[in-house]
Design a protein around this ligand. Structure first.
Ligand code: GLN
Length: 244
């Protein structure tokens, strides 16, 4: 078995180690004897979504996001077909916002790709810090780091998780991210997947199942260190919450 992983515009969208998500995909496939081919698409290059099984769209500044959005609009149909036909993707922060109808900042209106019926509006108070979620995709708490000015309104879509500590999509709603078909959109940088291996395996399992047309279950890995790191962070933040 083999998965082809596309990293979209890492020269523009690669904040806080988003690239670590790619390393995590590769390693967890390799440890199970599954081949991983990596394709980078840099600014201005054409993305052939039909050859991809798994896509990472990272986060960036408002300015970089605006540029990337221009490139992606030229690829919109391929991108939309990829998502609608069950292609697997992780879109982080700026990348997550771009999937929606628009991102309105203090100085401009960035028209999004309109792949999901969600939208984002900027506010002067940045939502920054560590975050913990409870997600249906992971038994362990999902831990990460968020830093965004945008507030994302997801309407009736399912969120990625319920905020246990931190801010999430908006400060008030109590939810974080979005799940649509085999796409996860999330504000969690940090990077998300090495800290939360169950989420990585969920995406890998979906990509393999979609490609090979049968329910592919991944053999478990020991993940002792990963679980210890996850627990350490979750305990630290929950203790801080109790004391505040
Ligand atoms: N520019 C966006 C915001 O501030 C996304 C930032 C990011 O990707 N960290 O909301």
């Amino acid at each position: 078995m083999k998965l082809t992983i596309g990293h979209l515009y890492p020269d523009m969208l690669n904040l806080y180690g988003d690239r670590g998500n790619i390393r995590c995909f590769q390693k967890r496939l390799e440890w199970r004897g599954i081949e991983a081919e990596l394709k980078y698409f840099l600014s201005g290059e054409t993305v052939d979504f039909s050859g991809l099984d798994l896509v990472l769209l990272g986060g960036g500044s408002d300015r970089e996001q605006e540029l990337v959005c221009r490139y992606l609009k030229q690829e919109k149909h391929g991108f939309q077909d990829y998502v609608e036909s069950g292609g697997t993707m992780l879109a982080v922060c700026g990348g997550y916002q771009l999937l929606g109808k628009y991102y309105k900042t203090d100085r401009t209106m960035i028209e999004g790709l309109d792949i999901l019926d969600i939208y984002t509006e900027w506010d002067a108070k940045r939502l920054t810090g560590n975050i913990i979620l409870q997600s249906s995709l992971s038994k362990a708490p999902v831990v990460g780091f968020e830093n965004h000015g945008g507030r994302t309104y997801i309407g009736d879509y399912s969120p990625f998780g319920k905020v246990v500590f931190g801010y999430g999509n908006t400060e008030e709603a109590g939810w974080e991210g979005v799940i649509y078909k085999n796409v996860i959109g999330s504000y969690l940088h940090g990077p998300l997947l090495p800290k939360n291996p169950e989420i990585c395996d969920d995406l890998l399992g979906k990509a393999l199942t979609h490609k090979y047309g049968e329910d592919v279950s991944l053999p478990p890995l020991s993940d002792e260190l990963e679980h210890e790191a996850n627990r350490f962070m979750a305990d630290r933040l929950m203790n801080a919450k109790k004391q505040s």
